[in-house]
Design a protein around this ligand. Structure first.
Ligand SMILES: C[S@@+](CC[C@H](N)C(=O)[O-])C[C@H]1O[C@@H](n2cnc3c(N)ncnc32)[C@H](O)[C@@H]1O
Length: 317
């Protein structure tokens, strides 16, 4: 996303810092990240007065201020922050436009490490036009198996990167992966065995107003588009279910026999893990014919987690 800047983790789980100049607009398309806060800062939260000291007001026309929380509640009202920071900019001669602002100043209160971060927003942020508006349960066709858009988007981006070819989901279910691949402008194909899912995916694609093809087919036999850059798939999977393992093995054999260059990201349900959520993990899951590069633990809810596996076709048989 931001090849010209140095990215470092902070002690907050969902905040990174980037130094250097980059095309921050890439956040809109590529990332699945909430937004970038430009010309801003990050510090430990102490008090609203302290925050007001740190933020430099300036004169900006048609601006808005948005404050939101990550990971719990730091005891201060977001509305008070918006009002007081608004006052700071108002005193410099700024004008406000909450309906259709030209620029938005964002403030994130992060409980995981007690930090506050601020800056000019590039990207949608968390509000009503952001990720929450895209949640899987807002679509016309929803099933509990539906992947959340942020996870689907991350999987698509990791798999396809800057390659221009097709993104293919051979077991597309309700179409969560297809929507994210198509939203990022990639040619997209979905296959599912179940006609109800094919219909439902099509409804969701229409609802999202994106361009993706979905058709009925068998993941273990379908023909891969010649220019496939990445396969992203979330297959049925139960530990100790040999049927599921065979299905996954047959699907991978079908893909590999047609294209052993394309990237592969597989998302599998697992029992909810401990502290390793959102982090790189080791897994004993095997993907026949593929070499696992990395795997990440993904939190879902108390009793369910997922593992996202990034793999490439092995060079030896
Ligand atoms: C876990 S769901 C996928 C959910 C999807 N990622 C979503 O966001 O809705 C797995 C899907 O695999 C499909 N499936 C199972 N066997 C298949 C096969 N042999 N070929 C194609 N699809 C298959 C099922 O119909 C189901 O929709």
């Amino acid at each position: 996303m931001f090849t010209d800047s140095d990215i470092t983790r902070t002690d907050s789980r969902r905040l990174l810092t980037a130094t250097g100049e980059s095309d921050w607009e890439c956040a809109e398309l590529m990332s699945g990240c909430e937004c970038v806060l430009v010309n801003g800062g990050i510090s430990k939260w102490t008090s609203l007065e302290d925050l007001l000291q740190k933020i430099e007001g300036e004169k900006v026309d048609d601006m808005a201020i948005e404050c939101w929380r990550h990971e719990g509640k730091i005891p201060v009202a977001t509305r008070d922050i918006e009002r007081q920071v608004g006052g700071l900019f108002h005193d410099k001669g700024s004008t406000f436009n909450l309906e259709n602002p030209k620029r938005r100043f964002g403030i994130v209160l992060d409980k995981s490490a007690g930090n506050v971060a601020w800056g000019w927003m590039v990207g949608q942020g968390p509000g009503k036009h952001g990720w929450s508006a895209m949640r899987a349960n807002k679509r016309p066709f929803f099933r509990p198996v539906s992947l959340e858009p942020r996870l689907a988007r991350a999987a698509v981006n990791i798999a396809a990167g800057t390659d221009e070819g097709h993104v293919v989901d051979p077991m597309c279910g309700t179409g969560g992966i297809l929507i994210e691949a198509a939203l990022t402008g990639r040619p997209t194909l979905g296959i599912d065995f179940d006609p109800v899912m094919v219909d439902g995916s099509q409804q969701n694609i229409d609802w999202a107003k994106v361009d993706a093809e979905v058709k009925r087919g068998d993941a273990t036999r379908f023909e891969l588009p010649k220019d496939t850059a990445a396969v992203v798939v979330d297959p049925p999977y139960g530990r100790n279910s040999p049927g599921d393992e065979k299905l996954i093995g047959d699907m991978l054999a079908n893909i590999r026999s047609q294209n052993n260059e394309c990237k592969l990201v597989v998302i599998l349900p697992v029992e909810a893990g401990g502290d390793d959520l959102d982090e790189e993990i080791t897994t004993d899951i095997e993907l026949p014919g593929y070499e696992i590069k990395t795997a990440f633990g993904i939190p879902v809810h108390k009793s369910l987690g997922r593992v996202m596996i990034i793999a490439e076709a092995s060079t030896q048989d």
